[in-house]
Ligand binder design. Structure first.
Ligand code: AMP
Ligand code: MG
Length: 466
């Protein structure tokens, strides 16, 4: 290798050399391209004619996945709010906190089918020392006690029915028998037993849900129990989706020579919807700066734009330069991850305070999904106001070796399962970023962080369920 100035070295283009001087983190130089002349779309344009151009990969340009995610999340905030009927609110994000207008439950009630009693009257009850009480009445759920509990008496009570005045416990049905107007109690229960007190679950005036919480079925149920009929939620962001590539045809068409079916449009649409956003499908754009310009301009009218393909360093990868030409400020390009390295994130700062994020995803089927899951989705969740979306990893035992030689963060497709109480994980085989079936078989991504190299069989790894 021969030194040629600060950034250039001349050597064979297939080389990937260990960088020994300077202690650069990662310790590797990567040959990124062999550009002969400066190109408009190059972010760094460090071109020296006729010389192989090197970037000090992660040192100069690449961000770590965690940093990339932080940049995305910190740059974005929730959009406007709207009112939504509770019955339509599942999956939406609360825009204002909810305070309970009343206690839940609203009255003391029984948590068991059994007999409402005075606990001190059955203190001596046991298997061999039953206590007999007078069967006074019965209270089914939905009815109210007609009278208070008399001394030496029991009232049959169903789950959810109000506790009659005078009673302080419920003997579960299994500990008592009723026969001819007498209840024979065969066990003692303490005061308060089997009674759900008023306000046990929710106290009037307490905050039950905070702003930025996703309305899960249980949360919608809590709001229903409080009699809340409408909620303030953030508007669903409209996300434009543009797939790019001369080789692409619609899945319903027969591909011609050299063509392939566009699978990213459907996979990304699904992921965008799963992230609580609406998809505006802009179809397929050719690798042509003019056509891309028109479609991207259209996409920038929505709340966010996601593109797939054309963001790498190929001769026909125009997406970055077209974005820049449209005024999009690229916050970063290239993430130190595999698959998905050439991911870019930018923002169009519009005149009227409009702030449109752009996620430019690589075209490879697996790369586009993995970069969406690791990066873009956190941006969309942020846009829709979700303050709970954070990566969640579990520990699992690796049942095979994973070979890794570079300093990237690898996301390996895996299948995790429980074996005798231990979470174990194996890969789905070849990890080429074009093999969509290997991702379709996976139920998790195995993390192999930047600093890790080959992971031996039996090591404990972080996995993320997908
Ligand atoms: P690109 O990122 O444009 O260089 O594309 C990388 C690889 O992904 C190429 O093999 C493309 O044919 C493929 N690809 C790009 N876009 C799509 C798509 N929408 N659906 C399926 N494969 C795609
Ligand atoms: Mg392409």
């Amino acid at each position: 290798m021969q030194k040629k100035g600060r950034r250039g070295f001349s050597f064979s283009t297939s080389d990937k050399v260990k960088f020994l001087a300077g202690g650069i983190p990662g310790g590797e130089l990567h040959v990124i391209s062999t550009i002969k002349r400066p190109r408009d779309g190059d972010l760094f344009s460090p071109c020296i004619s006729g010389v192989v151009i090197l970037y000090f990969g992660r040192f100069l340009a690449m961000v770590r996945t965690s940093e990339a995610r932080q940049i995305i999340v910190r740059s974005l905030h929730a959009g406007p709010q709207e009112s939504c009927a509770l019955s339509e609110s599942y999956g939406r994000i609360l825009a204002t906190e909810v305070t309970a207008p009343l206690d839940v439950p609203g009255f003391d009630n029984s948590s068991m089918d059994g007999y409402a009693v005075r606990s001190d009257e059955i203190r001596s009850a046991g298997e061999n020392s039953a206590v007999d009480l007078v069967l006074q009445d019965e209270i089914p759920a939905g009815e109210v006690p007609k009278t208070a509990l008399n001394p030496k008496s029991a009232i049959r009570i169903m789950t959810g029915a109000p506790i009659p005045p005078g009673a302080d416990a419920v003997v579960e049905q299994e500990l008592a028998d009723a026969k001819n107007g007498t209840v024979r109690v065969r066990g003692f229960v303490q005061a308060g037993r089997n009674i759900r007190l008023r306000g046990d679950d929710i106290r009037a005036g307490s905050v039950v849900l905070k702003k930025g919480r996703r309305l899960t079925p249980a949360r919608v149920g809590v709001l229903a129990s409080l009699g809340i009929e409408r909620v303030d939620v953030f508007r669903k962001p409209k996300v434009a989706l543009l797939t790019t590539g001369n080789e692409l045809v619609d899945p319903s068409s027969l591909p011609g020579p050299g063509q392939i079916r566009n699978s990213n449009a459907v996979t990304l649409s699904g992921l965008i919807r799963e992230s609580g956003c609406e998809v505006i499908d802009l179809g397929i754009a050719r690798d042509d700066p003019e056509e891309l310009g028109v479609r991207i301009r259209q996409g920038l009218k929505e709340d966010a734009l996601i593109t797939s393909g054309g963001v790498s360093v190929g001769r026909h990868d125009y997406v970055l330069r077209v974005l820049k030409a449209q005024g999009v400020e690229i916050k970063f390009w290239k993430v130190n991850m595999k698959p998905g390295m050439p991911f870019a994130f930018g923002i169009l700062e519009g005149n009227s305070g409009r702030h449109v994020p752009v996620f430019a995803l690589p075209g490879n089927a697996v790369s586009s999904i993995v970069t969406f899951l690791q990066l873009a989705r956190y941006g969309l969740e942020r846009l829709r106001g979700n303050e709970e979306a954070t990566p969640l990893t579990l520990k699992a035992v690796l049942v095979e070796e994973i070979v890794k030689r570079d300093g990237k963060h690898h996301y390996v497709r895996g299948v995790a399962r429980n074996e005798n109480g231990t979470l174990i994980v194996q890969t789905t085989g070849s990890q080429s970023s074009a093999l969509l079936t290997s991702l379709s078989m996976a139920n998790c991504l195995i993390h192999v962080p930047e600093e890790s190299r080959t992971l031996p069989k039996g090591s404990t790894v972080d996995i993320e369920l997908i």
